[in-house]
Design a protein around this ligand. Sequence first.
Ligand code: HEM
Length: 446
Amino acid sequence: MPPWGRVILINRPEWLEYIKQGDVQRYSRGPIAVALFTEFPGRNTPVGSEGAEWRFARRTMAPIFTVKSFTNHVSSAMNEIVPLTRELLSDACQKGVPVDWNDLSGRIAFSIFCKSALDLDTNVLRGDTSCLSCSHPLLDAINVLNRVSSSRILNPLWRWTEKINGVSKKFNAAREQMWRLVDTVIEEQKRMPTKSQDNYLANMLNDPEITNPLLVRDVLVTLLFAGRDNTQNALAWALYALMNNPKWITRMREEAVAYANNDHEVEYHDLAKYPIHLAVFYEVVRLWPGLPKNFRLAMFDDELPAIPHIGQPAVRIDKGDYIFWSDYVMMRDEATWGPTSNDFDPGRHLDREGNFVKPAPPNFIGFGAGPRLCPAAQLVAYEFVACWAGILPYFDFSPMKNVLPDGTRYQEPRLIEAFTPSLSCPLMVDVRKFNDDERTKLGFAA
Ligand code: HEM
C-alpha cells in the first residue's frame, strides 16, 4: 500500500450515504481539496474548512437559509427579477433575437442572490436585450476562478504548471479583482446607515461574534459563486431537458396558470402547490447533480458496511485512504433508478395522485447528505419554481433555428469538466410570446 493510502472508487449509494453521515467526524475533504478551496472560494468557508472552523462558517451562513429569509428577502427579490426577465424576453421576441438561455440563467441567478442577500442591483439583468452583451466584472472574475480551480482537481502539479503557462497570473488577477469588488460592497454597506439594515450582509456585519473581516469576505465569495453557478446550471439544464420533453412544459404551464397571481410571483409558502415544478427540479438535479464527482479522506480506520441484499461483504477502509465517487454516474445507475435511469422523467418523483415525493438519500444525493448537506436545497428549489412558474405561462422556447452571422448555431450542450455541472456551450433558443388568445386558451383570465 502506498504511504498516502489507497484510492477506492465506490458506486453504491448505501456506502456513499454512510461516508457522508460520517463527514467531519470520520471523513474529511482532505488536504488536497482544502488547499484547492483555500485558493477559491476561501479558507473561511464551509467548503474550505474542517472541524470548528467549518462549524463556525456554517453557522455564519445559516441566516440566509431560513424560512424568514426566503419569505422576507428572496420572495421580494423574485418579485423584481422574474418580471424583469419577462420584460427582457418580451424585448427579445419583439426584436426577433435569440437568447443564450445558459447565460441568461446565470444573470438571473446572480441577480437573485445580490438582491436578496446584499440589497445590490448589479444591472446584469435589465428589461431589454442590450444587457446581454454587457458583463459584470464580478461575474467575469468568478468564471475565471471557477474554470481554473476545477482544472486543478485533475492536475496535482498545478502550482508548477500554472507558473509556466501563465494561468496562475490570470487566476491571481481575477481573485484580486473579485476581492476588491466584494470589499467595496462590504464597505458600502458599512457606510450606509440609512440603507436597509435588514439584509444578510448587514446582519453579518452587526454580529458581534463575527470579528474576522476575511470570514465575511470569504463567505460572500462562496455564496456569490454557489448562489450563481448551481442555480444557473439547474435553470439551463432544465430548459434543455424540457425542450426535448415538451409534455412537461405543458404540465408545468398548466400548474403555473392554475396558481398565477397578478400581484406577485410565487411565494415561498406556496411552494408545495407546485409538485410538477418540484418534480422537474429534482429530476434536473438527479441528471445533472451539483457536484458531479467528489471525494473524501478517511481520518480513521473504518469499514464500509456489508450490503446483504446484493451479497456484498463489508469493505475495510484504512486511515489515509481516499474514497472517490461520481454523483453523476450513481444517479444514472440502472441498478438504482431502473431501465429509464438516463431519461428525463420527472414522473418518477410524483405519486399516483400527482403529489411530489421528494427523493432522498441514499439513492438521491444531489444535495449531498449528512453534516455537509447543501444548506441551499430548499432555497434553490424555491428560486427554480418561482422562475419557471413566472415564465412558462407567457413564453414558448425552441432550439434556435437560424445560424447567426458569427456562425453561432444551436448546439446540444454536454457536461464540461468542472466543479459543477456546467454546460459546454451557449444554449441558443428562439423565444415566442403567447398572444392574448393563446393565453386565454391556456386558462388565464382575459
Ligand atoms: C441546484 C442547485 C444546487 C445543488 C444541486 C447543490 C449541491 C450541493 C452538494 C451536492 C453539496 C455537498 C458537497 C459535498 O458533499 O462535498 C453542496 C454543498 C454546499 N452548497 Fe449547494 N447546491 C446547490 C445550490 C447552492 C446554492 C444556491 C448555494 C448558496 C447560495 C449553495 C451553497 C452550498 C454550500 C455553502 C455548501 C457547502 C456545505 C458544507 O461543506 O458544509 N448551494 N451543494
